[in-house]
Design a protein around this ligand. Sequence first.
Ligand code: FPP
Length: 220
Amino acid sequence: MHLAIIMDGNGRWAKQRGLKRTEGHKKGAEVVKEITTYCANNPEIEILTLYAFSTENWKRPKIEVDFLMKLLENYLKKELPTYIENEVRFEVIGDISKFSPNLRKRIEYTKEVTKDFKKLTQVLALNYGSRDEITRAIKKMIEKNEEITYENIQKNLDISRDVDLLIRTSGEIRVSNFLLWQIAYAEMFFTKTLWPDFNTQELENILNEFKKRDRRYGGI
Ligand code: FPP
């Protein structure tokens, strides 16, 4: 199944502790590692898509944007052995053309090294926005002169696989331009837990709830 997570609440977590927002992001990155490792070892989960940086996140103070970029680059460097050990393939959705050459190189390198791993595909949404993704998909279709059909639109998206389960942390009940096409029939869970406090136990509880839901896809 395809699990997608909106990792929200890093800033509030830090503020509650009298720390800088960036400390929340640092702790958030540790949770990314924990959750990814769990998913790699849960055979039911094939794809884990994480919303790491949205097309709207550029509006944040430059110092926070720069921190997030550096955090990501360091994460990919430091955790390469974790990807290898857990046989996790790394993928990206979103438009990374605006990222620094070093970060882009690191992204491409991690993708290349991990491309044959099959236990889990971890997809990071980076400079990602669903409306941007759909717009780029339609542009590609016009360039290729493709017929406008459901299937063709889906094929041209950054990620084609439908989401089965969407989780958002931190108590906000909204989707924020994340995978709008792919969540058409997704089950959704919203938890008040802030992302830095999220853990595998809570994920397991949600997965158990998810299994109890009756997914009808519009049928009866
Ligand atoms: C939302 O919290 C989080 C983000 C916008 C960034 C997500 C980044 C991470 C979880 C860490 C780095 C990721 C990787 C893959 C290494 P927020 O800042 O919007 O929190 P707030 O709503 O409480 O202010």
